[in-house]
Design a protein around this ligand. Structure first.
Ligand code: NAI
Ligand code: MG
Length: 407
């Protein structure tokens, strides 16, 4: 019997193209698993009025481990217009299935490694003052609080009277007192101490386990004194238990500037939900962008791994598919780490490193050409060709490991 059961949620668009590629790679490294398909995404919304059906929640609750591709989401008006006419005006409203999944299963920890593969033409380079350039090795892992903050979903346009009254009790609300309800939108930024401590501890534990030199709390406590203040306080409290690892504190705005100045100086970064989302995308941009950006959503019981890219609808219908499967494959490797199959995960990363360094097989994004039907005729590898190259490199990696073991 297979040792693991993995709920596979390809979702929409290119999610359907990249997820099967990751499974090919998982099979090649000998990961023993059953894969159980589950529905998620736009079609579920349109047909059923729920982008994350209860049956999918049930499968995740049962099997605890998920691989997710990507979903499409659209603005409120489009969501209403595309909903099955029989369900209209019955109180259905669209919620992001990923946000719902994170909240429903308490996937409090979002881990996003931003680690450059040497030789990747998309890596960040920096001009030297005296000419030429250098390519710093970026090795950052972002720990983003995944369930609260500004993404908690507590928001209104035209807040109800009791909310309005509560807001008016705050002296800083005075300038807004005469704004009409329909002209006012409010999103609440909720930070709880327990969740702040949990994410800070996860960051420090990771830094300790993998020898990172520092942990940076990236917030804005000088302005967001309460919420960012609590995040920073939690990080300081947790840091006391890790005397060998210094805690740095940066402001999100300054950090996005410094990130292209000295990205190699940062190790583990911890942040609240929105700031973690921003800073992880920003760092991902230095190491290859969306084609390389993997992530894990980790709770105490359930964990779901996904590339950070979306469904890229404009490429979803291309045949052969052209998008880069590496982000999805790296997400699958993170899943292997999570279930203790570290060696298989390392083999996958080594194989990808080999393909990137060799530079013979590159998807369109790695060639810096625009994607589209003629990307292939310009020399870009298709999605499956990229996976084939990784599989081929895996054979080499496997052989090298056999030699190392037999020595
Ligand atoms: P996107 O990530 O789908 O695509 C943006 C662009 O990035 C693409 O047009 C393409 O040029 C490039 N790209 C993305 N993935 C790539 C890959 N694997 N290889 C090479 N290039 C890649 O973001 P966009 O266009 O803003 O959103 C499209 C849909 O996806 C929207 O409905 C959005 O709501 C949804 N979305 C879903 C996410 C998720 O499922 N986690 C995350 C982000 C967006
Ligand atoms: Mg994002």
């Amino acid at each position: 019997m297979a040792r693991h059961s993995v709920v596979t949620m390809p979702g929409d668009g290119i999610g359907n193209q990249v997820l099967p590629e990751a499974i090919r790679v998982l099979n090649a490294v000998g990961f023993e698993a059953n894969y159980i398909h589950a529905d998620i995404g736009w079609e579920c919304w349109c047909k059923e009025g729920n982008a994350l059906p209860e049956r999918t929640i049930g499968l995740l609750a049962k099997h605890k481990l998920g691989l997710f591709g990507a979903i499409t989401s659209k603005p409120k008006k489009d969501a209403e217009a595309e909903l099955n006419p029989e369900l209209r005006s019955k109180g259905y409203s669209y919620f992001s299935p990923i946000v719902t999944m994170r909240q429903r299963f308490g996937l409090d920890i979002c881990m996003r490694p931003c680690i450059g593969f040497p030789g990747n033409p998309l890596n960040f380079i920096r001009k030297r003052p005296n000419g030429g350039f250098e390519e710093p090795q970026v090795n950052v892992v972002v720990f983003r609080q995944n369930t609260e903050g500004l993404y908690a979903g507590v928001e209104w346009t035209n807040p109800p009277a009791n909310v309005r009254t509560a807001l008016e009790s705050h002296p800083k609300f005075k300038p807004f007192a005469n704004v009409k309800g329909e002209d006012m939108a409010i999103s609440v930024r909720v930070i709880t101490r327990d969740a702040a401590i949990l994410i800070a501890r996860a960051a420090f534990e990771y830094a300790k386990k993998f020898g990172y030199k520092s942990v940076t709390i990236c917030e804005k406590p000088n302005v967001l004194r309460e919420t960012s203040g609590m995040m920073e306080e939690a990080a300081k409290q947790v840091a006391k238990n890790y005397p060998g690892i210094p805690l740095w504190s940066t402001n999100i705005d300054a950090q996005t500037m410094w990130l292209t100045k000295n990205p190699e100086d940062y190790g583990v970064i911890v942040a609240s939900n929105l700031f973690g989302d921003v800073i992880s995308d920003a760092f991902a941009g230095l190491v290859g962008g969306l084609g390389f950006a993997a992530s894990g959503n980790i709770g105490s019981e359930v964990a779901v791994f996904e590339p950070t890219h979306g469904s890229a609808p404009k490429y979803a219908e291309l045949n052969p598919p052209i998008v880069n499967p590496i982000a999805m494959i790296l997400s699958a490797a993170m899943m292997l780490d999570h279930v203790g199959e570290t060696e298989k995960a390392c083999q996958i990363r080594a194989a990808i490193a080999h393909v990137v360094k060799e530079g013979k097989v590159r998807t369109y994004d790695m060639m810096r050409i625009s994607g589209g039907a003629n990307a292939i005729s310009q020399g870009a590898a298709s999605t499956t060709q990229m996976t084939d190259a990784v599989l081929c490199a895996l054979e080499g990696v496997g052989a090298k490991m056999m030699v190392a073991v037999s020595r």
